[in-house]
Structures are given as structure tokens and as C-alpha cells.
Design a protein around this ligand. Structure first.
Ligand code: AMP
Ligand code: GLY
Length: 421
């Protein structure tokens, strides 16, 4: 069968890599794809912000299955559009994707269904913010409701700073676009863990836990990024805690969405804070995480196509999702200056197959005159799997010494919390 993967980052390279192992997949098209997918998929440029462009591509390519990587096409309603045209597609509808695309929706949904999350106030005006703020102690978290590519959350140390931040969200000064809803949230402390579940509209099936490293600098310092590395181990959540999360969060989400007439199908990515009051939901994403997916795909033993089919067909109860026991990790090689300004088009050397089991997923690369060059902030996701996290990381870091491009930067402490513990 022919599969179309929408997206062009490390996550999509990892999905394409895993789909290539499926005996039923004969052809993969990636749109736009990237320099690293070239040998695995036919890459076709597409504007991932344009519904007509993506729908048009599907009409031309006529894939047997379309898999959507990033959040923007989901929020635009690409799943609904393709379904109405009679295509088979993996991912949530626009209504179901609101769990990610609207933090206001997600908070009210969690309240309606008694899902544990931080105290909050939903504000639609600056006056609301001024009225609600006094009941929050500081620090207080100010969140733009809409998609903001990781820039919509600000932790404020004073009420004045929170007022100013909310004001800048409403005016458009902070994010470039005017925000109509701002969420004020209680600041939670604890360890952050992400959990991924496959949903088929009726049930949620566990996939894996992972931990991301969002800050650019070692020791979790400096500005936030899209993620500088991630790891997945069996020990991140105990079996009892995983069961608790499945029962009290994932299954409640699926039941709640079904009861509201907007069944949830696809990947539910739960951002959790393991707070002193117990696990609390920080956010939902309605897609695979990047770079968590790069790490998880190396551990996944079940055919990825079976996951997609079970979600679409409502048969997740018949599927056992198996992961290799142990651990995996991915370390991002980023352009110098990222997450601020950075240069592109820098030649990358050392990407050849090395026989050490390390897989190099491309995040932001392109091919120029036959040479792989940088084409983004996050450039490569260097990934390995092992029975032991430390060993996986050692192999990754050894391999990274042989890769180079001008300005390359990476964190040398991915997995530090797990290694310390
Ligand atoms: P979000 O996009 O909602 O996951 O927020 C991005 C990041 O901001 C999270 O990964 C946390 O590190 C932090 N954050 C969000 N909400 C809170 C909260 N209520 N308390 C503490 N930190 C938070
Ligand atoms: N790694 C976080 C995300 O994909 O949103």
C-alpha cells in the first residue's frame, strides 16, 4: 500500500523509517519531507499551512493511507476534509484536535470530566485578567489559548508581569497574532513526564512514556526550544503509575470526547507534572511529539501500520503494542544560535552509515547539489536504543563526534535525570 506522511521534521523521518519496516507498505510519499527521507520516501513539496494545497496533493497522489505529523494541519481540519473526500487518514478531527489547539477548550474539558490539572481562570479580556489574578499566588503561569509553537506559555514572578504578559498576548505584541483567550494557571512543581497513548474513539492503549529536554542549555538552562533531546525508558513511570494515568487521564479523555460527540482518534500525548498532589495534566497534544517520537520508534516492535489501522478502524482493543524492553534516546544537533537566529545551508559531514546501530533522523536538512545541508534550527536527531540508557547515550555521543557542520551545538546531558536517579 501507498502511505502519505504529511510533515518534514525528525518526527516524520522517524515515522517514515518505522513504516518502511512494515511488509504491507510498498510506497511512501512524504510532503514536504526532508533531505534524510530521500532514500525511504518520495518527497514532494507542500505548504503545510494550506488546506487546499494538502488536499490537492492527496487528490493527485491518491494514497491508501495519509498520516499527519504536525499540529497545524490537524487544527485546520485536514482529517475532516480528507475523510469527506473518501480518503483513509490517521489523526483526530478538527473538533477532537481542540484538546491541543485550544488550551481554553482543554481546561474546560478537563474540568467537565474531573481530569486532574492545575487550577485556572479563563480570561477573554484584560479586565478578566485583572479581576482573576488576585486569587493566584506567584509564580503564576500565563498561557495563550491557541497554537503558539511552544512560545505561548510564560511563567510570571509577579502579578504585574502576568498582567503585562496577558496584555501583550491580547494585543498580538508577544506572539505576532492577536490572542482572544488567555488562561491563567496555578504554578505546579515536580518532574515532567510525557505519556503517549493510541486512541481509537472508544479506548486508549498505552504506548510509552518519554521525557523531553526543552531548554537549549545543559542543566535545563536558557530559552525554550522545540526540544533538544528526549529519552524513553521502562522506569520513567512505574507500572502502577502508568495504569493510574491510563485510567484517570487517557481513558477519561476518550470517554469524555465520545460522550460529547467528538470521538478522539489518533495519538494522545499527555504532558504531565508529577506534582506533590499527584500527576496533573499540563497540556494535551493530539499528535506524536518531536523529538520523543524519534526515541520511541527505535523501541517500537509492533508494526506502526497496525497502530494506525487500529486507531482508524476502532480495533485498538485487539492490538498489543510492544516495545523493546530497556531504553532509547535521541540527541538533537542544532544550528548555532538556535532557538534565536541561525544560518542555514551549511554542509553536513559524517552522515554515512556506521554500523553501530545509531540512527540519524533528519529534522532540518535539505539536499543542495548532491550535498546534505542544514535547513532549520533543529538539524539532526541522533538516536539509539539499548537495554541500558547509559549505553545508548554513550553510543549516540560517540557517533556525534564524527558528525559536523558549522555552528553545530548539542546538549551533552540528555537523560541526566534518569542517570542520576
Ligand atoms: P505547555 O505548553 O502547557 O505544556 O507548557 C510548556 C511548559 O511550561 C511545560 O512543559 C512546563 O515546563 C511549563 N508549564 C506549563 N504549565 C505549567 C504549570 N501550571 N506549572 C508549572 N509549569 C508549567
Ligand atoms: N516535544 C514536544 C512537542 O512535540 O510538542
Amino acid at each position: 500500500m501507498k502511505v502519505l506522511v504529511i510533515g518534514g521534521g525528525g518526527r516524520e523521518h522517524a515515522l517514515v523509517w518505522a513504516l518502511r519496516k512494515s511488509p504491507s507498505v510498498t510506497e511512501i510519499v512524504a510532503a514536504p519531507g526532508n533531505g534524510g527521507m530521500a532514500g525511504l520516501a518520495h518527497c514532494i513539496p507542500v505548504d503545510g499551512n494550506s488546506m487546499p494545497a494538502m488536499a490537492n496533493l492527496v487528490a493527485i497522489e491518491k494514497p491508501d493511507l495519509t498520516v499527519i505529523g504536525p499540529e497545524v494541519p490537524l487544527a485546520l481540519g485536514l482529517v475532516d476534509e480528507l475523510q469527506s473526500l473518501g480518503y483513509r487518514v490517521f489523526g483526530p478531527t478538527k473538533a477532537a484536535a481542540q484538546l491541543e489547539s485550544s488550551k481554553a477548550f482543554a481546561k474546560e474539558f478537563m474540568q467537565r470530566h474531573s481530569i486532574p490539572t492545575a487550577e485556572y481562570a479563563l480570561c477573554t479580556s484584560f479586565e478578566d485578567v485583572k479581576r482573576e489574578l488576585p486569587r493566584f499566588s506567584v509564580p503564576v503561569v500565563v498561557k495563550a489559548s491557541g497554537l503558539a509553537a511552544g512560545k505561548g506559555v510564560v511563567i510570571c514572578n509577579t502579578h504585574l508581569e502576568a498582567e503585562e504578559t496577558a496584555g501583550q498576548m491580547f494585543s498580538g505584541a508577544l506572539l505576532g497574532a492577536v490572542e482572544t483567550e488567555v488562561v491563567l494557571e496555578e504554578f505546579l512543581t515536580g518532574e515532567e513526564v510525557s505519556f503517549f497513548a493510541l486512541c481509537d474513539g472508544k479506548i486508549a492503549a498505552p504506548i510509552a512514556a518519554a521525557q523531553d529536554h526543552k531548554r537549549v542549555g545543559e542543566g535545563d538552562t536558557g530559552p525554550n526550544t522545540g526540544g533538544m533531546g528526549a529519552y524513553s525508558t521502562d522506569g520513567l513511570l512505574t507500572p502502577a503509575m502508568q495504569q493510574w494515568v491510563m485510567r484517570n487521564i487517557a481513558q477519561k479523555v476518550v470517554d469524555g470526547m465520545a460522550s460529547e460527540g467528538t470521538p478522539f482518534k489518533g495519538i494522545l500525548f499527555i504532558g504531565l507534572m508529577m506534582s506533590p498532589r499527584g500527576p496533573m495534566v499540563l497540556e494535551f497534544n493530539t499528535r506524536w511529539g518531536d523529538p520523543e517520537t524519534e526515541a520511541i520508534m527505535l523501541r517500537l516492535e509492533t508494526d506502526l501500520l497496525d497502530l494506525f489501522n487500529a486507531s482508524i478502524d476502532g480495533t485498538a482493543n485487539e492490538l498489543t503494542i510492544k516495545l523493546k524492553p530497556g531504553a532509547s534516546a535521541t540527541v538533537i544537533a542544532a544550528s548555532g544560535g538556535y532557538p534565536g537566529k541561525y544560518a542555514s545551508g551549511k554542509p553536513i559531514t559524517g552522515l554515512e552509515e556506521s554500523g553501530d546501530g545509531v540512527v540519524i533522523f533528519h529534522a532540518g536538512t535539505a539536499i543542495k547539489d548532491g550535498q546534505t545541508v542544514t535547513a532549520g534550527g533543529r538539524v539532526l536527531a541522533v538516536t539509539a536504543e539499548s537495554s541500558d540508557l547509559r549505553e545508548a547515550l554513550e553510543r549516540i555521543y560517540e557517533r556525534m563526534k564524527t558528525i559536523s557542520f558549522e555552528g553545530m551545538q548539542y546538549r551533552r546531558d540528555i537523560g541526566h535525570r534518569a542517570l542520576r536517579g
